[in-house]
Write a protein that binds this ligand. Structure first.
Ligand code: TZP
Ligand code: MG
Length: 211
C-alpha cells in the first residue's frame, strides 16, 4: 500500500451536527491521506449509504477509503480495504473474501498480536490505544508509548499509532518512533478540522526530516 502519515477515522458523535462528508473533506484538505468509515451505531443500509459517499470523496482526492467491520459494505462500494479488530473475522479468512489487492488493517494491543498480524499478511497494524480514549467502548487499558517502542524494534510492516492522540501529546508518540498518526476526536471534533490536520502533519514532517 502507498505510505501515509495522517489517518482520520469518522466519529459522528464528535461532529456537533456537521455533515460527515464535509468534515472528512476538510480533514483531507488539511493533509489527511487515508480515511476510515467507522460507524458502530447505524444500520447496514445506512453504513452503505455513507460508504458510497465517502468512496466518491476518497476517489476525488485519490486517497484510500477503509471500512471498519463491514466487509460486505467494503466489497459493495469497492473500498480500498477493511479494518478489523482482534474479535472480528480472522485475517486469513478476511483476506480470502476481500482479495490480495485490498488493504487489511488490524488493531493490535500487544506485541504478540502484532507478530501474528504480520505473519498473517496484514498491510498495516493499529497500535493502541496509546492514551485513554472515550472513542471506543470496549477499549483495553492504554498500551502507552512503550508498546510503540516494542513495535519499532521488531515489526517491519507499517504501523499507525491510535488512541487519545491530541496535538498536545503527539510529540510523545513521535518520540517513541511512530511515523503515522491516527485520530478520531482530535480531528473530527475540532472547530477547525483543516487546521488541526495541518498542525499534525507539520509535527510528523518535522520528525521525518530529522530521521
Ligand atoms: N482504536 C483504538 S483507540 C480508538 C480506536 C478506534 C479510538 C481512537 O479515538 P480518539 O478519539 O482519537 O481517541
Ligand atoms: Mg471490529
Amino acid at each position: 500500500m502507498k505510505d501515509f502519515r495522517l489517518y482520520a477515522i469518522t466519529g459522528e458523535e464528535f461532529h456537533k451536527g456537521r455533515d460527515l462528508i464535509q468534515v472528512m473533506e476538510e480533514a483531507i484538505l488539511g493533509g489527511v491521506d487515508i480515511i476510515q468509515l467507522r460507524d458502530k451505531y447505524s444500520s447496514k443500509k445506512e453504513v452503505l449509504r455513507k460508504a458510497k459517499l465517502l468512496k466518491e470523496l476518497a476517489k476525488k482526492y485519490d486517497i484510500p477509503l477503509i471500512i471498519n467491520d463491514h466487509i460486505d459494505v467494503a466489497l459493495a462500494v469497492d473500498a480500498d480495504g477493511i479494518h478489523i479488530g482482534q474479535d472480528d473475522l480472522p485475517l486469513e479468512e478476511a483476506r480470502k473474501i476481500i482479495g490480495k489487492n485490498k488493504i487489511i488493517g488490524i488493531s493490535t494491543h500487544e506485541i504478540e498480536e502484532a507478530r501474528e498480524a504480520q505473519k498473517n499478511g496484514a498491510d498495516y497494524i493499529g497500535v493502541g490505544p496509546i492514551f485513554p480514549t472515550k472513542s471506543k467502548v470496549d477499549v483495553v487499558d492504554p498500551v502507552t508509548t512503550k508498546y510503540i517502542e516494542e513495535v519499532v524494534k521488531e515489526i517491519t510492516i507499517p504501523f499507525v499509532a491510535i488512541g487519545g492522540i491530541k496535538l498536545h501529546n503527539v510529540d510523545q508518540v513521535l518520540d517513541a518512533g511512530a511515523t503515522r498518526i491516527c485520530a478520531i476526536s482530535e480531528i473530527v471534533g475540532n472547530e477547525d478540522v483543516t487546521r488541526v490536520c495541518q498542525l499534525f502533519i507539520k509535527k510528523i514532517d518535522e520528525r521525518l526530516l530529522i530521521k
